[in-house]
Design a protein around this ligand. Structure first.
Ligand code: ATP
Ligand code: SF4
Ligand code: MG
Length: 332
């Protein structure tokens, strides 16, 4: 039985909305993440997919302890990471690392690549004592497929894909167990995306890493993910294995997302049913009552406005949060 390396339970992050010129008053909350639970298993990749603004980056930031949660727990190696302070929090920071979306803004342009990748050693000298740092950085450059001789170059001397490799090397420096990848290939050309995905795949096998892999689009995470969680307005609406999500999705939102994924094979393209979502994503300040997806759902009925569907096993399959969950294949 695989064991969870990270167990997230009831995670909530609300941002206060303030108004007033002289006296700022809280007039509401952005419910960016609103009760998210999942297990990340050792060595697996959990894809997290959803439209812009559904709370993916907030989830990542909270798990990195860059934002404090409003409520909930996340257990890593038997400890709730939100209770850690001081030296224990520093140790956690070694074990959970992040790779960000934009390789152009996430690297300091005034630092050499060697300093960027070696910076984590300043905070964690126990991983690499001063004398061994340059060797370690060269090793990391080599591991991510960059020339170790380029250690003294600056970020602008690298292409987008190479910069993302620098970001990955930096994330690997402290030998983490978990890496949260927040749309690491979204800003890259399609041809480069596959190379970076392959690199992440190889590194996972080599170092036994577990990934939370965030993306906009179901097609991006398919080949890397063991399981996929679909988010809508701060909640997970469906979670299952790659086969369950892509071949037998049960939630209308997942079905709609899948029906919009580009299909390469023209003979299949004509057979698939395209589900067009009506309207925009509602505001996370005042989400719809009951099921948050109901304002855009073609299956909605009265109960959907009054009763929130919980995330549990439905229709004999996997976890989904819909009163009328029904597995069906969208792409033939
Ligand atoms: N620091 C903040 N203060 C207030 N609201 C915030 C803050 N950070 C995020 N939000 C809001 O929380 C919601 C979720 O944002 P988040 O960035 O997590 O979404 P996302 O799924 O990562 O979107 P994208 O796909 O565009 O990156 C949005 O409505 C956003 O405006
Ligand atoms: S609970 Fe109702 S509104 Fe929500 S997804 Fe299911 S059918 Fe649609
Ligand atoms: Mg984001």
């Amino acid at each position: 039985m695989p064991e969870p390396i990270l167990a997230v339970n009831g995670l909530v992050k609300h941002f206060p909305v303030r108004s007033g010129i002289l006296f700022k008053r809280t007039i509401g909350h952005v419910k960016a993440v609103d009760g998210v639970s999942f297990d990340l298993m050792k060595g697996e990749t959990l894809g997290v997919v959803g439209e812009s603004g559904c709370g993916k980056s907030t989830l990542a930031q909270v798990l990195m302890r860059l934002e404090e949660p409003t409520a909930g727990a996340a257990v890593f190696e038997d400890r709730d990471i939100f209770t850690l302070r001081g030296a224990e929090l520093r140790r956690l920071r070694r074990n959970i690392q992040i790779v960000l979306q934009d390789p152009y803004t996430s690297l300091n342009p005034r630092m050499t690549v060697g300093d960027i990748i070696g910076e984590p050693f300043e905070i964690h000298p126990e991983v690499a004592p001063k004398g061994s740092r340059a060797t370690k950085v060269r090793e990391l450059l080599d591991v991510v497929g960059l020339n170790p001789e380029h250690i003294n170059r600056y970020p602008h001397q690298f292409s987008g894909g190479q910069r993302q490799r620098i970001g990955i090397a930096r994330a690997l420096a402290l030998k983490p167990k978990v890496i949260i990848c927040d749309e690491p290939v979204s800003a890259l050309d399609v041809s480069i995306q596959a190379q970076v995905m392959n690199l992440l795949d190889e590194l996972q096998k080599e170092f036994g890493l577990s990934y939370v892999f965030i993306a906009h689009d179901l097609s991006v995470v398919r080949h890397l993910s063991t399981r996929v969680a679909v988010m809508y307005l701060g909640k997970i609406v469906e979670i299952g294995t790659e086969d369950q999500i892509y071949n037998r999705p049960a939630h209308p939102y997942t079905q709609a997302l899948l029906s919009a994924v580009p299909v390469a094979d023209p003979s299949v393209r004509g057979q698939r049913q395209v589900i067009r979502l009506e309207g925009d994503v509602p505001s996370p300040i005042d989400p719809p009552s009951g099921c948050r997806f109901r304002t855009r759902c073609w299956k909605a009925q009265d109960i959907c406005a009054t009763e929130e569907p919980g995330l549990f096993m439905r229709d004999g399959g996997h976890l989904s949060a819909c009163h009328f969950a029904e597995q069906r294949s969208v792409v033939p």
